[in-house]
Design a protein around this ligand. Structure first.
Ligand code: ATP
Length: 276
């Protein structure tokens, strides 16, 4: 087993956020952590990365206890891409090179520099290598952070909403790249996401968290509309389109009619510009 998360209970200042949460992940698998805002998805990732210590429970990476590891070992085993990243005054190249730090003993070798260049190219960032990251767009910075986690060559990738600042093309490219890296290098990946369709398309299994607990945990083929309804309190339909599972909210009859007649939710008429 690549990653085992066992009975984690964790919170802030005595206020518990997650209770007895657990899952396992094998090599080559990607797990999507899903659930409403503020439910504790980021908290869980930060705990698996050793940044927050749980009140109870254990995290095992390839069988080794995370909370018994030194920071350097954690960094060699786990790559973490935060939801919001601090953009300091350094170039994209240097920011990605920092990902090699857990592997560098004295100075960066030619091999380290080559890995950084290759990752920048893979993420289509080659032309921005010497740009300062505090002068980058949100999406460019997000890609730099993903490149940094990749050159870290960890066993487990932890990605907190990795595509939240990316346009559609970049979302697809990044998620395909993550899937490719996970399969090719036999890693495990844990991603939090709000876009259910992207999540189910690019992961193998899911966990729905609600009210601090795992409400549903399974492989994507086990997913039902009722599970999503229960978690998000929105009725949905799931259809199969060209072998792809598509989730969409079921419109209530009244909403549907309003949408068709072009009326605002407030009841006002919707006007389009007409130059004639
Ligand atoms: N540093 C902190 N100190 C105190 N409470 C915190 C801290 N960070 C998060 N929380 C609280 O813990 C709960 C879980 O937050 P978390 O960021 O893990 O949720 P999330 O599921 O990732 O949310 P979102 O989907 O909105 O990103 C929230 O109620 C949040 O307000």
């Amino acid at each position: 087993m690549m990653l085992s998360v066992k009975d984690i209970s964790i919170g802030y200042n005595g206020r518990m956020v997650l209770h007895d949460l657990g899952f396992t992940l094998e090599r080559g698998q990607t797990l999507a952590i899903l659930g409403p805002n503020g439910v504790g998805k980021t908290t869980l990732l930060r705990c698996i990365n050793g940044m927050l210590k749980p009140k109870t429970g254990a995290v095992l990476v390839e069988g080794a206890d995370l909370f018994g590891m030194r920071a350097g070992e954690i960094a060699r085993r786990l790559g973490y891409v935060a939801q919001r990243s601090e953009a300091g005054r350094m170039t994209a190249f240097d920011a990605v090179l920092l990902g090699r730090k857990p592997h560098i003993h004295w100075n960066a070798s030619v091999a380290d520099l080559k890995k950084v260049s290759a990752a920048l190219d893979q993420l289509d960032l080659g032309h921005l290598a010497l740009r300062y990251i505090d002068e980058m767009s949100g999406g460019e910075l997000q890609k730099v952070c993903i490149a940094r986690a990749m050159v870290q060559e960890p066993s487990v990738l932890l990605l907190d909403e990795p595509t939240s600042s990316l346009d559609l093309k970049n979302q697809l490219e990044i998620l395909r790249l993550i899937r490719h890296v996970v399969h090719e290098h036999k890693l495990a990946a844990v991603m939090t996401m709000h876009d259910l369709n992207m999540a189910f398309r690019f992961s193998d299994a899911f966990i729905f968290i609600k009210d601090g607990r795992v409400l549903h945990y399974g492989r994507n083929e086990d997913l039902t509309p009722d599970m999503i309804h229960e978690v998000y309190e929105v009725p949905v339909e799931i259809i199969q389109h060209r072998g792809q599972m598509v989730v969409f909210p079921r419109l209530e009859r009244k909403q549907e009619q309003e949408a068709l007649t072009g009326r605002h939710a407030h009841g006002g008429d919707f006007h389009t510009h007409n130059t004639e």
